[in-house]
Design a protein around this ligand. Structure first.
Ligand SMILES: [Zn+2]
Length: 293
């Protein structure tokens, strides 16, 4: 499932072809994604200009000059493909690529920039919704999301306060989108390894009794930010479904330190540990029992 770095990579691929362009035509082939698309979906987009392509956690937010926001989520297997128009070559490539994927191309945006943006989603857990910008704060999908981990306000004090008194594991706390938004299994494992903290440690132990952050909280925030920046720079991780909108693969899977590396040597300098896999809340956790305490 795409996590924050993969969605940010998608945002960066869509922004150059969508910002400043308008929707010339919106082709809905299958409206039954995770939730049915609204009946007026195409009508509310057609002819509207995109003012910005943003992101909140794992959601893409396409702001329109009309005051509406197109809210999109990739779900489990959703991906966008950009075909730049202008010339037979690009068009040929579009038709060729489409022939392979067409049955899963559920929504096709034809932009006035002559770019064609397709949303492909074999499992159809992705979603799209149009919300008025002024009602975005009350939007149920976004309302309960915790802080953006790469935002300026996210720091050790904020994370410690959210974990104060929590009797769950640190791993479970970081997967909780109300504590911090956008992290999933891969980047939680990687951030904990960078912070040298055990995924089994009680979440409450990164805060003092008053809720003040301790040194573990500082390390954890540093680890989270560092792994996300590195992953975005590498174009995200391509495990099963993630590709950048230009069709290129993300490369961060080659730089995992613990994720999916069971029985391999821990990459921490000077550590003689071996990466172990355990199951927490029904999902695999990868960590080094030697240097992660
Ligand atoms: Zn280690």
């Amino acid at each position: 499932m795409p996590e924050l770095p993969e969605v940010e990579t998608v945002r960066r691929g869509l922004a150059p072809v969508m910002e400043g362009a308008c929707f010339a035509k919106v082709d809905v082939r299958r409206g039954d994604l995770r939730w049915p698309l609204p009946k007026d979906f195409a009508r509310r987009l057609k002819g509207r200009t995109v003012t910005s392509v943003g992101r909140r956690a794992k959601y893409l937010l396409i702001d329109l000059a009309s005051g509406d926001v197109l809210l999109m989520h990739l779900g489990m297997s959703g991906s966008f493909h950009v075909f730049r128009g202008g010339g037979d070559k690009a068009l040929g490539r579009y038709h060729h690529e489409r022939a392979r994927h067409a049955s899963h191309d559920h929504v096709v945006f034809h932009m006035s920039s002559s770019a064609i943006v397709t949303f492909n989603d074999p499992r159809r857990f992705g979603s799209m919704k149009i919300v008025a910008r002024e009602k975005l704060d009350a939007e149920p999908l976004l309302r309960s999301l915790g802080p953006e981990p790469l935002g300026n306000v996210f720091d050790a004090a904020m994370l410690a306060a959210a974990c104060m008194g929590k009797k769950t594991s640190l791993k479970a706390a970081l997967l909780d989108q109300r504590v911090v938004a956008g992290l999933g299994n891969i980047y939680v494992c990687e951030a904990l390894h960078r912070a040298r903290l055990s995924p089994k440690r009680m979440a409450s132990t990164i805060a003092g009794r008053s809720g003040a952050p301790n040194e573990r909280a500082e390390r954890l925030v540093e680890g989270i930010k560092a792994v996300l920046y590195d992953a975005i720079e590498a174009g995200g991780s391509s495990l099963r479904d993630h590709k950048r909108p230009d069709g290129e693969l993300g490369m961060f899977q080659h730089r995992f330190r613990v994720y999916d590396r069971e029985d391999q040597k821990c990459p921490t300098t000077g550590c003689r540990g071996v990466v172990k896999r355990i199951v927490q809340n029904g999902r695999s956790t990868f960590y080094c029992p030697v240097c992660q305490k």
